[in-house]
Ligand binder design. Structure first.
Ligand SMILES: Cc1cc2nc3c(=O)[nH]c(=O)nc-3n(C[C@H](O)[C@H](O)[C@H](O)COP(=O)(O)OP(=O)(O)OC[C@H]3O[C@@H](n4cnc5c(N)ncnc54)[C@H](O)[C@@H]3O)c2cc1C
Ligand SMILES: NC(=O)c1ccc[n+]([C@@H]2O[C@H](COP(=O)([O-])OP(=O)(O)OC[C@H]3O[C@@H](n4cnc5c(N)ncnc54)[C@H](O)[C@@H]3O)[C@@H](O)[C@H]2O)c1
Length: 457
């Protein structure tokens, strides 16, 4: 077995690990990057990229097989950016093996032992397989296997109505599949109730059947004919079953017991500096417990970790300015607190203002003026949360990340001008909605204007 000594050893070449490795290597650190599967991890190969490419195919009228070609072409176009070649050219030593800690300062991967001053665990997550009787005997799909389908399912049953379940439900119904979503609670439960309701209604209008507050008690059948026993006593049969019931952290097989790294059932535990219980070992991305699981979150965390890893700075994670979006049509985007949580947190100190998509000229001109809105939560004249539901919500939310991270006041945000006619005017419109009562329902202001009008020549 050969031994490599290095400054930083990164385990996992997905969104989080690649960001750390690229940053650290380009700033002069010696980096070993270990990946047991495909470079690029979940996002590129089985997550964000194929799912958004499939949604695009479904929205633009491609056939299912054309869309699957588009999925593979999209992955192939992006892949060089995450490739072994690129990371080697940046100066990283890339090892394509499964890594495992053998001591607090040592990892083994294949026939290589890596001794590093610091380690970063970025091993991601995998689909949660619910413990339902009979499930292991049927050929179910997950986000890891969905992309190998050669034909559009006749009836796709989707277990779970989170972002994966809802995005895939809309894509497949648009390809002509019959789609049923079975959700144990309510769909898009982490989102604003009203906004999630609009997405749900849009999917129902397109033909998706959504069963909420329903559990699957048993699964039976075989490929092409799978049948589910439901908690309301009914049965549901379909040709395919997709599991989209949440994620599990990849933390069990890492030998963490040899590395003094604490983990819970839900993943690795870290503080705001992303250090684990072993100060030399950082963890980030989907492998963490109690942290949002998104590519841009892993990227943000990588930036925070790099400051600690390279410069020994006590950089800490901040919360509140991290947006996320679900790419259904309409899109649903959120940053900060949702209204319900904001009311509980801030009580009378909270102001909620909104603007409707129906009043947006660009949406009207482009035939996209359906139900949709932007809702802004303000406390002490600063935004604390924004919900957007409508076309391009994922693009529109970015402004609010800047506003919240820079702690901008509403008066500063009001200085922003959106070109006419754009959907971005919704951001301006909701800002105006905050100031309108202050300007137009203000008796003192009216009196001042009347006096000045009399005085002006
Ligand atoms: C269907 C789907 C759609 C999604 N859509 C979006 C989206 O639109 N926007 C968004 O922001 N997020 C989205 N996500 C979430 C996003 O994919 C993840 O948050 C992101 O990939 C997490 O990055 P990561 O680096 O933590 O893990 P990963 O990208 O999963 O990378 C972890 C890597 O570690 C490797 N690994 C694991 N164990 C070992 C080991 N012992 N040794 C060596 N290598 C190991 C794995 O093979 C993998 O390559 C989606 C996820 C799914 C499933
Ligand atoms: N647009 C995006 O950014 C995007 C898209 C897809 C996924 N993701 C990421 O991937 C993560 C995983 O997505 P997800 O949708 O699988 O997870 P999720 O945890 O968000 O949703 C899973 C849903 O499945 C339900 N569920 C769990 N067990 C069930 C059962 N036995 N029967 C029926 N329903 C059950 C849950 O109540 C929940 O609503 C997300 O949290 C997100 O971080 C992001």
């Amino acid at each position: 077995m050969k031994t490599i000594r290095t400054d930083i050893c990164v385990i996992g070449a997905g969104s989080g690990g690649l960001s750390v490795a690229a940053g650290a290597a380009q700033m002069g650190a010696r980096v070993v990057l270990i990946e047991k599967g495909e470079m690029g991890g979940d996002c590129l190969n089985t997550g964000c990229v194929p799912s958004k490419a499939l949604l695009h195919g479904a929205a633009s009228g491609m056939s299912f097989s054309e869309a699957m070609v588009h999925v593979q072409q999209t992955i192939a176009t992006i892949a060089p950016h995450d490739s072994q070649d690129r990371f080697e050219s940046l100066g990283c030593t890339v090892i394509r093996e499964e890594a495992r800690f053998t001591s607090p300062k040592r990892v083994e991967a294949g026939d290589t032992r890596i001794k590093a001053r610091r380690f970063v665990i970025a091993t991601g997550s995998r689909p949660f397989i619910p413990p339902i009787p009979g499930l292991s005997d049927v050929p179910y799909l997950t986000n890891e296997t969905l992309w190998t389908l050669s034909e559009c399912p006749e009836h796709l049953m989707i277990l779970g109505g989170g972002p994966i379940g809802m995005e895939m439900a809309q894509a497949f119904v648009r390809f002509g599949a019959k789609v049923t979503v079975i959700e144990v609670g309510r769909v898009l439960a982490r989102g604003d109730v009203e906004a999630a309701g609009l997405v749900k209604q849009a999917l129902i209008a397109e033909g998706v059947r959504i069963l909420e507050e329903i559990e699957v008690s048993e699964v039976a059948g075989q490929g092409g004919a799978i049948s589910l026993s439901l908690s309301d006593g009914s049965r549901l049969s379909g040709s395919h079953l997709l599991l989209a019931a949440g994620r599990r952290a990849n933390s069990e097989e890492l030998g963490l017991e040899h590395a003094d790294v604490d983990r819970s059932k839900d993943g690795i535990q870290v503080g705001a500096t992303l250090r684990t219980s072993n100060r030399r070992i950082y963890a980030l991305g989907d492998v963490l417990s109690d942290h949002p699981r998104f590519t841009h979150v892993a990227g943000y965390q990588a930036g925070v970790a790099i400051r600690g890893l390279l410069f020994g700075l006590p950089a800490k994670l901040r919360a509140g300015h991290i947006p996320h979006a679900t790419y259904t049509d309409p899109e649903l985007a959120q940053i900060g607190v949702i209204e319900e949580a904001a009311r509980a947190l801030y009580g009378d100190g909270l102001e909620v203002v909104r603007a409707e998509l129906l009043g947006n000229d660009r949406a009207i001109a482009t035939g996209r003026a359906g139900p949709g809105f932007i809702k802004l939560m303000v406390v002490k004249s600063r935004p604390v949360g924004v919900t957007i539901v409508g076309p391009e919500a994922g693009e529109l939310i970015a402004l609010w990340s800047l506003a919240i991270s820079a702690k901008l006041k509403m008066s500063q945000i009001a200085g922003m001008i959106a070109p006419y006619p754009t959907l971005a005017e919704l951001n301006k419109r909701v800002t105006s909605a905050y100031f309108i009562p202050r300007l137009f329902d203000n008796r003192k202001l009216k009196r001042v204007v009347q006096v000045i009008q009399r005085l002006l020549p």
